[in-house]
Design a protein around this ligand. Sequence first.
Ligand SMILES: Cc1cc2nc3c(=O)[nH]c(=O)nc-3n(C[C@H](O)[C@H](O)[C@H](O)COP(=O)(O)OP(=O)(O)OC[C@H]3O[C@@H](n4cnc5c(N)ncnc54)[C@H](O)[C@@H]3O)c2cc1C
Ligand code: SF4
Length: 512
Amino acid sequence: MATLRLILADQLSHSLASLQDYDLENDWVLMAEVRTEASYVKHHKKKIAFLFSAMRHFAKELTDHGHKLVYRQYDDKHNQGSLKAEVELLCKKQSIDRIVLTHPGEYRVLADMKTWQDNLGIEVEIREDDRFLASLSEFADWAKDRKQLRMEFFYREMRKAWHFLMDGDKPVGDKWNYDSANRKALPKDMSPPKPTMFEPDSITQDVIKLVSTEFADHFGELDKFHFAVTREQALVVLQEFIEQRLINFGDYQDAMVEGEPWMYHSHISFYLNCGLLTPKEVIEQAEYAYRKGDAPLNATEGFIRQVLGWREYVRGLYWLKMPGYKDENFLEAKGSLPKFFWDTHTQMNCLHQCIKETSENAYAHHIQRLMIIGNFALLAGLHPDEVNEWYLIVYADAYEWVEMPNVTGMILFADGGLLASKPYAASGSYINKMSNYCQNCHYSVKEKNGAQACPFNYLYWDFLDRNKEKLGNNPRLGMPYRTLNNMSDEKRQTIQRDSQVFFKALEQDEKV
Ligand SMILES: Cc1cc2nc3c(=O)[nH]c(=O)nc-3n(C[C@H](O)[C@H](O)[C@H](O)COP(=O)(O)OP(=O)(O)OC[C@H]3O[C@@H](n4cnc5c(N)ncnc54)[C@H](O)[C@@H]3O)c2cc1C
Ligand code: SF4
C-alpha cells in the first residue's frame, strides 16, 4: 500500500500531521510550485521567493531524512500547473492508493481537495492541522450560543486551557490584559535594533532569478532579500527577538517611526504561517524569558496575546464563517483602490511611508497595517474585495485565513462587528501622536479643513456622518457621535465639501 503525502507551501513543519506515520519503504511526499497557487493573486515578488526557497530547503531536509520525495519546480517543463494535476500524475506513476493531506489554510483549497477522492478514485484523508492551539471544533464549541464573539474572552480560555502565563488558576500579575500600558510613542533618542538578516544561499539565489523573470509584473521589490528560509534560521530570528526586542515590545507596540519598518516587533509571522516555527514554542520562549526576569509582564503578555489570542481567534472565525465571510460588506463600501496603493505616489506621508516599506519588505508592522493603511481604507470607503486582495498580495505572511478577518473584520468593519466591537477609525491627531510621519508631510495635521488640511481629519468625521445610520447607536462610538451631533451645520458642510473634493481627486487619479 503506497501513500502520497502532499505538503503545501505553508506546511513546512516536520511535525506536520500528514507526515506522521510516514512509511520510508512505500510512501511518497509531493511538493510542487504550481501556477494556480503562485498566481491566483499577483503575490509580492518577495513572498513568492520566500515560499519557494523555504519549500526547496524543506524538501532537501526531508530527502536528507530518507523520505522519497517528488519536488516539482515552477519552471519544470512537466509542471502540471495545479496541485490536483500534480497529485493525479504521481498517483498514476507510483500506483498510489491513498492520499494523506493536512487541512489547508484556505477555504478555496479545501473545497478543491474535497473533490479529489471522487475525481481521482483514490481514498483521501484530510487531517486536522494540529500546529494551531485551538482546533476548529474547539473554536466552534466556544463560539456556539454566544451573542457576541470577542477575542478577549477566547484568549482567557486559551490561557487557562494551555496554562500559559498563569499562576495556578489566576493570570500572572492578577490581570489578563496589559494593553493600556502598551501605547507609548518612541522617544527620539531610542532606535530599535537592526532586524535579523540572512544572505541568500545558492537555492535562494536560483529562486530569486526565477521570480525576477517569471513574476516580473508582480508588485514589490525583490532586492535585499534577507528572510530566514529554514527552521534553523527562523529559530535565530525568534531567539534574537526574545533577547533584543521583547523587552520593549509592549511599550512601543503601537509606535511608528519614519525609516524604521521593523521597530520592536518579532517579524516571525512569515515563519509561523508557513510552519517553520510553531506557536507553542514561540509562546513558551516568551514566557520563559519573563519567568527568568528578562522581559517585563506588559511586553510578554502583549506578545502572547497576539499569538495565542488574535492569531488563533482570527483563524477560528475564518473557518466558522466561510464561505459567507468573503461577501460581507456591512457599510456598503464601494470605493476603488487608489493607484497609490500600488505605486506609493501620494502626498500623505504616513501612507507613502507604509506602502513604500510594504513594497520594499513585503512587511509592515501591525499598527501600520491597521491605523494607517487600514484606517484610510475604512475612512475612504474602499470595497472589501479590493482591499482584501491588496492585503493578500502585498505581505509575505498573508494567507486568506489570517488576512481576511483582519481586513473584513478588523479594519473595514465589513462584518458589522463580529470581530471588533467598533471600527478602528482615527483622525490625523492619533497618527501624529503615535508617529513622526506628520513632520515630513505635505499636509498639516493641525488643520482640520481646506486644501492643506490632513485628509484623515475631515475624512474621519465624514465617515461617521456617512455611516450614522449603521454606527450611530454603537455604544463605543458615543463620544465622537455626540461631538458630531453638536457640530454646526456650517462645519459639517465644510467637512462634506472637503471630503467630496478629495474623493473626486481620487476618482480622477490625481495625486492626493
Ligand atoms: C489589515 C491587516 C491585515 C493583516 N494581515 C495579516 C496577514 O496576512 N498575515 C498575518 O500573519 N498577520 C496579519 N495581520 C496581523 C499582524 O499585522 C501581523 O501578524 C504582524 O504585523 C506580523 O508581524 P510580526 O511577526 O512582527 O508581529 P508581532 O507584532 O511581533 O506579533 C507577534 C505575532 O502575533 C500574531 N499576530 C499579531 N496580530 C495578529 C492579528 N491581528 N491577527 C493574527 N495574528 C496576529 C502574528 O503571528 C505575529 O507574528 C494583519 C493585520 C491587519 C490589521
Ligand atoms: S498630516 Fe495627515 S496625511 Fe500627513 S502624515 Fe500626518 S496623518 Fe498622515
